[in-house]
Design a protein around this ligand. Structure first.
Ligand code: COA
Length: 252
């Protein structure tokens, strides 16, 4: 498998598994990742996803350059539904274990939280090989970091290190490589302690609300909050608080 997909309790771990080519993304990686994401979305026992890369050198060095052909991208045969991490309301954490370049950084930017190993390097180097980002890089990066910094990274194609990525807000935390997966799991576990339906509604409100006017966003938030108020977990959270015990959420 080009993507190793493991279930650990409520957490799913997606590992891009082509370490010999720095986890470059070919058609097989895309297909395996998509299938795993669909399974994760539809499995009621899974609440948080962690995406990482095999080995110690790279999360992903982006699209597999050896597969580049001239001419427009051939439209994919849509035999199966395509889905991205920012279209699934369960949260995703990117555990960036090295290079996150091109499509690798674009994948990490579809996640909600990014944790980087100290040696990680992040960038959108496509222009350096005569190309341009095609997986959302020109659209997401300027929404995540100051516009001037996005322009610098996109126009020069130069990488930044993990500390700079932290300084500009592109990653949430930088840790030694040995602590990367344990830190990602800790954050995932912390999210799993919260009511999963509330968590998903928060993600939906943040993503769908981003391009709305404030009034429309507030309306969306009210609708989602009303939906949560009629769930079992809403009453369980309140009851557990009053009874001074840990809540037991069922995602219902
Ligand atoms: N596509 C296909 N193969 C890739 C790749 C990619 N995006 N990135 C790295 N590889 C392969 C290399 O060809 C090499 O294969 P080989 O051992 O068979 O020669 C192997 O992965 C290791 O990479 P290498 O370049 O030798 O490692 P390095 O430490 O010297 O450099 C990078 C690491 C990430 C700086 C360099 O590999 C690089 O610039 N990769 C391309 C990044 C990029 O432009 N991504 C956007 C693509 S649109």
């Amino acid at each position: 498998m080009a993507v190793d997909y493991q279930k650990e309790g409520r957490i799913a771990i997606f590992t891009i598994n082509r370490p010999d080519v720095l986890n470059a993304i070919n058609a097989q990686v895309s297909q395996d990742m998509n299938e795993a994401m669909l399974d994760f979305r539809d499995d009621p026992d899974l609440w948080v996803g962690i995406i990482t890369g095999a080995g110690e050198k790279s999360f992903s060095a982006g699209a597999d350059i050896t597969g580049f052909r001239p001419g427009p991208a051939v439209p994919r045969e849509e035999r199966t539904e395509r889905v991205r991490a920012d279209q699934i309301w369960k949260p995703f954490i990117a555990a960036i274990n090295g290079y996150a370049l091109g499509g690798g950084l674009e994948l990490a930017m579809t996640c909600d939280i990014r944790i980087a190993a100290e040696h990680a390097r992040l960038g959108l180097p496509e222009v350096r090989i005569g190309f341009m980002p095609g997986g959302g890089g020109t659209q997401r990066l300027p929404r995540f970091v100051p516009r001037a910094k996005a322009a610098e990274m996109l126009l020069t194609g130069q990488h930044i290190d993990a500390q700079e990525a932290y300084r500009i807000g592109l990653v949430n935390k930088v840790v030694p490589l040995a602590q990367l997966m344990s830190t990602a799991r800790e954050w995932a576990e912390a999210i799993c302690q919260a009511g999963p339906l509330g968590v998903r509604a928060v993600k939906e409100a943040m993503i769908r609300g981003y391009n709305m006017t404030l009034e429309d966003g507030l309306q969306l938030e009210r609708e989602l909050a009303n939906r949560i108020r009629s769930t079992e977990d809403f009453m369980e959270g309140a009851r557990a608080f009053i009874e001074r015990r840990r809540p037991v959420y069922k995602a219902k």
